[in-house]
Design a protein around this ligand. Structure first.
Ligand SMILES: Nc1nc2c(c(=O)[nH]1)N[C@H]1C(S)=C(S)[C@@H](COP(=O)(O)O)O[C@H]1N2
Ligand SMILES: [Mo]
Length: 199
């Protein structure tokens, strides 16, 4: 589907667009269901499973080091957006504030609204991954996952959980919302890990 909504990558952009992807015009929204509205004063983030149970409030997150990130964003429905500018908190900085059980091998991200997605610990705990609270220098819009979303740049964007509010650490992989519905359990865009071979 080229034309109004998609551009064919040209020149140097070409090397940045994974196989089977086209460049999006603007920044499309992709949400299953409705965007939940959560005020920062009420916002809570919980850790459980194979990690010491812990609860965080908005100010706890804002007390962690803040960084800028520029990343390409690839949705499995075949649009990519290059050079998205985010501000957020590194997953690695967050992880230094929790006590992880060495048996933990996977994590399920939980969100306001009920969405979930799973990641191996190896894919989750990376310097490049972060919790974003700003997009292009503005507070992260609700529709894009505000007040806080996960961004995992090296995997398809369904792993970048919007309205994230919890992490459940587990030993055995526990499939999330799209993964249960046939998407690949990992979702690496350069090798086109789009769908599960089980379906
Ligand atoms: N909570 C939640 N997070 C989500 C989704 C969702 O439906 N609910 N959609 C995923 C998908 S499929 C994509 S492509 C990206 C889209 O992010 P955007 O709407 O900011 O473009 O969010 C991901 N995170
Ligand atoms: Mo997506």
């Amino acid at each position: 589907m080229l034309g109004k909504f998609f551009k064919k990558p040209t020149g140097e952009d070409k090397d940045r667009v994974p196989p089977g992807q086209h460049l999006a015009n603007g920044f499309p929204l992709m949400t299953y269901g409705r965007a939940p509205k959560v005020e920062k004063a009420d916002w809570q983030f919980r850790v459980w499973g194979l990690a010491g149970e812990k609860s965080f409030r908005w100010d706890d997150f804002m007390g962690m080091p803040v960084h800028s990130f520029t990343d390409d964003f690839h949705c499995v429905t075949r649009w990519s957006k290059l050079g998205v500018q985010w501000t957020g908190i590194k997953v690695t900085d967050f992880m230094s504030r929790i006590e992880l059980d060495p048996r933990a091998k996977h994590v399920t991200a939980h969100c306001y609204g009920g969405y979930t997605t799973n990641l191996s610990l190896d894919d989750f705990v990376r310097e490049q991954n972060f919790f974003a609270f700003q997009l292009f220098g503005e507070p992260l819009p609700i529709e894009h996952g505000g007040p806080l979303r996960l961004v995992v740049p090296h995997l398809y964007a369904w792993k970048s959980a919007k309205w994230i509010n919890g992490l459940e650490f587990v030993e055995q992989e526990q499939l999330g919302f799209w993964e249960v519905n046939g998407y690949h359990s990992r979702g690496e865009p350069w090798s086109e890990e789009r769908y599960s071979s089980l379906f």
